[in-house]
Write a protein that binds this ligand. Structure first.
Ligand code: TYD
Length: 145
């Protein structure tokens, strides 16, 4: 999938497995099974102060799966053409974000934890952090589409 052509609708909400018994639930996630990429990095966002937003960038090549491991938040997706807001509020749901999608994470509940599985290591060169630059990238070369 190409960062330039990827659209908001390419980001899909995945139902993750849930192993349930009386003592609670387990959700296992394997690379190339529940998520369509090789998992090279896991990180999580926590202790997010009330009213704060995270994200505010797009990635050139990175695939990510976002899970509300605890609490809830919303993910605002934007492909420089269309926007969509996805609420995440259960650990057995994962939002797949493909490369080339601007995202902002907002409305974190108190104590929320956002677990992220990523297809590559951290690299600042993979980020679009300037929205104008991102828009120019997405709107470039429209004659070929
Ligand atoms: P950033 O991805 O901008 O955070 P968010 O999207 O949650 O607001 O990263 C914030 C800072 O943390 C930035 O300086 C880079 C650093 N960072 C790492 O060093 N490694 C990582 O895996 C991540 C995700 C961020």
């Amino acid at each position: 999938m190409e960062a330039i052509t990827n659209r908001v609708e390419d980001c899909i909400l995945l139902q993750l497995p849930k192993i349930h018994n009386r003592a609670g639930n387990i959700t296992p996630i394997h690379e190339n099974q529940e998520v369509p990429f090789k998992i090279k990095r896991i990180y999580y966002l926590y202790d997010i102060p009330g009213g704060e937003a995270r994200g505010g960038h797009a990635h050139r090549d990175l695939y990510q799966l976002l899970v509300a491991a605890s609490g809830s938040f919303e993910v605002e997706l934007d492909d420089a053409c269309q926007k969509k807001t996805i609420p995440l509020n259960h650990p057995d749901k994962g939002l797949l974000i493909v490369p080339g999608i601007w995202r902002e994470l907002v409305n974190f509940s108190s104590g929320a934890i956002c677990l992220v599985l990523a297809s590559n290591h951290y690299a600042e060169s993979d980020y679009y952090r300037d929205y104008k630059e991102y828009q120019n990238f997405k709107h470039a070369d429209t004659s070929n589409r």
